[in-house]
Design a protein around this ligand. Structure first.
Ligand code: PLP
Length: 387
C-alpha cells in the first residue's frame, strides 16, 4: 500500500514506538513528582522543548507549551490572547478549521469585536495587499495566518507578513499555524518576530494527540484549562510524557536541510510531470501555479471528474490519497479552493497528494501510475456513457 495522505497524518516511526513504550512502562513517573525519577522525566521534557526551540531558531525561555493537539494549541493562542478591549482580529480565509472556526466562534463571546478574513490569491497565498489595507486601519489587535496551507501546500511569506505587522500594527499579536511547515520548511522565528507558532506531532511521524504552542511571551496568555499548574500555569494537566518523548524520537529523524527539501521537490516535480504524460491528453489537469509551494503537498484538480470517485478507485488499487484535508472531508465543497477562485467543477475534481520524509522515489513512480490509470479509466467510462 502506498500512503500519500501524510498531510492528514503520518505513521508513527519505530523510534517513537520504542519511546512510547519506554516512557509508559519503564519510565512512567509523573514529571511533577519530587523523587529523582520524576525530576528526570521533567528534565527530559525540558530537553524536548529546548530541541523544538532549536528547530524554530529561538532561544529556550520556558516558551513551549505542550497541548493535546495543534487544534488546542491554536485555540489557546487565540482564546488566551483575546481581550474585551480588542477591536479587530484578522484571519486568513485559508485557515484550517482549528483556527477558522475559532475565529467564527469569537463573535458569540465578543459581539463588538470585528473579525475580518484576508482572502487568498489564485496561487493559494494570502492577498498581501488586502492584509496591508486591513492593517492600515490601525485597529488590528491580532493576526492569525497559517505558514503552509494543508489544502494546497502554498507557503505564505512570513517575512512579508511580519514586516507589514511591524510597519502598520506593531502592537498586534501575530499567530502562525505552523503545523504543515514545522520540520519541513526552514523557519527562524527569532528573525520573524512571531508571537505564537502552533505545531503538531502526528504530521511528522510522531504520536497523535500531541500539539505544542511556541509563545514569545507566555505570561501574556490567559489559561484556558485550570488545574495543577503544569505548563507554566497556562495548560494544566499531567504532561503526556510518553507522547512528548516519542515526538522527540520522531524529531530526531527530521531534516530541514536543503538536501531533503530538494529531494522532496524533485519527487513533487516527477509526480506532476509523469502524471501529465500518463493521463489521457484530453483530460484537463489543473495544478496550482506558484513557485512557493511546499514540496510535501501536491494539490491538483482533475477537471470534469469527481475527486471522491478517484479517491475510492485509488484506494481499491492500494493508493491512499485525499480530496482535501481530512478535517473537512465530511463537508461538501472546499472553502479554501473556492476562495482561491476555483470553479465548482474544479473543486469537485480536486485531489491532494502528500508526501513525508519517508516517501521513496519508487512510491512516487508507482503512486503516479495508479492515479493516472484511475483517471484514464474514469475518463473512458464517462466518455462511453455520454455516447
Ligand atoms: N493546522 C493545520 C494546518 C493542519 O493541517 C492540522 C491537521 O490537519 C491542524 C492544524 C490540526 O492538527 P491536530 O490534529 O494536531 O489538532
Amino acid at each position: 500500500m502506498i500512503f500519500f495522505d501524510n498531510a492528514s497524518t503520518t505513521k508513527l516511526c519505530d523510534e517513537a514506538v520504542d519511546s512510547l513504550i519506554k516512557y509508559s512502562v519503564q519510565k512512567f513517573y509523573n514529571p511533577s513528582s519530587k523523587y529523582k525519577e520524576g525530576v528526570e522525566n521533567f528534565n527530559a521534557i525540558q530537553n524536548v522543548k529546548k530541541y523544538i526551540c532549536e528547530i524554530l531558531g529561538v532561544e529556550f525561555k520556558n516558551n513551549i507549551i505542550f497541548t493535546g493537539s495543534a487544534t488546542e494549541a491554536s485555540n489557546l493562542a487565540i482564546m488566551g490572547s483575546v481581550r474585551s478591549s480588542f477591536k479587530k482580529m484578522l484571519f486568513s480565509a485559508g485557515e484550517h478549521p482549528s483556527v477558522y472556526n475559532t475565529a467564527l466562534n469569537l463573535k458569540t463571546k465578543y459581539p463588538n469585536l470585528t473579525i475580518e478574513f484576508v482572502n487568498l490569491q489564485k496561487n493559494g497565498e494570502i492577498n498581501y495587499l488586502e492584509l496591508e489595507n486591513l492593517l492600515k486601519t490601525g485597529d488590528v489587535d491580532f493576526i492569525s495566518i497559517m505558514h503552509v496551507s494543508n489544502e494546497t501546500g502554498a507557503i505564505n511569506n512570513l517575512e512579508r507578513i511580519s514586516q507589514l505587522r511591524k510597519k502598520y500594527a506593531p502592537n498586534a499579536i501575530l499567530h502562525i499555524d505552523g503545523v504543515q511547515g514545522f520540520g519541513k520548511i526552514p523557519t527562524n522565528l527569532q528573525k520573524l518576530d512571531i508571537d505564537f507558532y502552533t505545531l503538531s506531532a502526528h504530521k511528522l511521524h510522531g504520536p497523535k494527540g500531541l500539539g505544542a504552542l511556541y509563545c514569545k511571551n507566555p505570561s501574556k496568555l490567559l489559561p484556558q484549562i485550570w488545574g495543577g499548574g503544569q505548563e507554566y500555569n497556562i495548560r494544566s494537566g499531567t504532561e503526556n510524557l510518553a507522547s512528548i518523548m516519542a515526538f522527540k524520537s520522531a524529531l530526531d529523524l527530521i531534516d530541514t536541510t536543503s538536501q531533503t527539501y530538494e529531494r522532496l521537490k524533485n519527487f513533487a516535480n516527477i509526480f506532476k510531470t509523469n502524471l501529465r504524460i500518463l493521463v489521457n491528453k484530453n483530460q484537463k489537469l489543473k495544478f496550482i501555479e506558484n513557485e512557493n509551494l511546499s514540496p510535501y503537498i501536491i494539490s491538483l484538480s482533475v477537471v470534469g471528474l469527481k475527486g471522491e470517485t478517484l479517491l475510492y478507485m485509488c484506494d481499491e488499487k492500494g493508493l491512499l490519497i485525499s480530496t482535501g484535508s481530512a478535517c473537512s472531508s465530511k463537508k461538501s465543497g472546499n472553502r479554501v479552493l473556492e476562495n482561491m477562485g476555483y470553479s465548482k467543477e474544479e473543486v469537485e475534481g480536486s485531489l491532494r497528494i502528500s508526501f513525508s520524509i519517508k516517501t521513496t522515489l519508487n512510491e512516487v513512480n508507482q503512486g503516479c501510475e495508479i492515479l493516472a490509470n484511475c483517471i484514464n479509466e474514469l475518463y473512458e467510462k464517462i466518455k462511453n456513457k455520454r455516447r
